[in-house]
Design a protein around this ligand. Structure first.
Ligand code: MG
Length: 269
């Protein structure tokens, strides 16, 4: 298994490969090529930042039978895919900011796929050849909006609603690994990726029939039973296998109702 990430040191952002307690700095994003600059920094001396910068952030719904049952939904007969905004991505240790504190806003822990090669109309048998690696993601979901608007784009795309990381892992088999979410130390979701209805290969093949997947694109592959609401002050910890855990805290959004220049808009619905 090889481990890659995005890092910050003072004002500088860079991608790197982790080897032991060292980060080997790369010239380009690792999904483009793995070319070291020769610079090596200590992992403890840098801040872990976003490990991905996708052109598309694709999500898959209804991919575990026990989650379909708890949501009182039925299967479609094909994968259900939609898009989340890449602006919703949040790094490890970042704070999930609840946009509407009076709405039910749920966690969903998911295995995330990072695409490594352009993929269009690929067969499931070959689909894993187009994967760079995998990471851990949360698909934070405003259930009130999901129900009233009957589509999944906005309710799951608020800033900070897609925590991801801390790192991306290549050369690893994820066909049957544990996937777990703890809320304030209590296990809320616990499953194995082998319980997915549609495999990673089938999802990539299906998605590539309707759009071109580009290197760096990210696909969240669905969640299992046990989803539940988050509250300010919560600590969430998502884990896959024995990979480093993705940890995030929860707060009320600080910028509710404010525009990017700090003034208050007058036309909020
Ligand atoms: Mg989801």
């Amino acid at each position: 298994m090889r481990t890659f990430g995005g890092f910050r040191s003072e004002d500088r952002f860079f991608y790197g490969e982790i080897r032991g307690d060292e980060v080997h700095v790369l010239k380009n994003p690792f999904w483009v090529d793995i070319e070291p600059t020769g610079e090596i920094v200590r992992l403890t001396s840098v801040v872990v930042d976003l490990p991905v910068a996708p052109s598309k952030l694709i999500a898959v719904g209804l991919n575990y039978a026990d989650h379909i049952a708890e949501m009182k939904r039925t299967t479609l007969g094909t994968p259900l895919i939609w898009f989340k905004s890449p602006a919703s991505l949040l790094p490890h240790d970042g704070t999930i900011e609840i946009a509407f504190p009076d709405h039910q806003t749920d966690f969903e822990a998911e295995l995330a796929v990072v695409i490594g090669k352009s993929a269009k109309n690929v067969l499931a048998e070959r689909a894993l050849d187009f994967v760079f690696g995998y990471t851990i993601g949360l698909d934070i979901s405003d259930r009130d909006l999901q129900k009233t608007e009957k589509q999944f784009g906005r309710c799951k795309s608020f800033d900070t609603y897609t925590p991801i990381g801390p790192f991306v892992y290549a050369d690893v088999d994820v066909s049957d690994v544990s996937l777990e979410l703890r809320q304030n130390g209590e296990v809320r979701q616990s499953t194995r990726t082998s319980k997915m209805i549609y495999s990673i290969a089938q999802i990539i093949s299906f998605a590539s029939q309707s759009l071109t997947l580009l290197p760096g694109d990210v696909i969240l592959t669905g969640t299992a039973a046990g989803v539940g609401p988050i509250h300010p002050g919560d600590e969430l910890e998502a884990a896959i296998d024995d990979w480093p855990r993705l940890r995030n805290s929860v707060a009320i959004a600080r910028d509710r109702g404010r525009t990017s220049d700090g003034t208050r808009p007058t036309n909020i619905m």
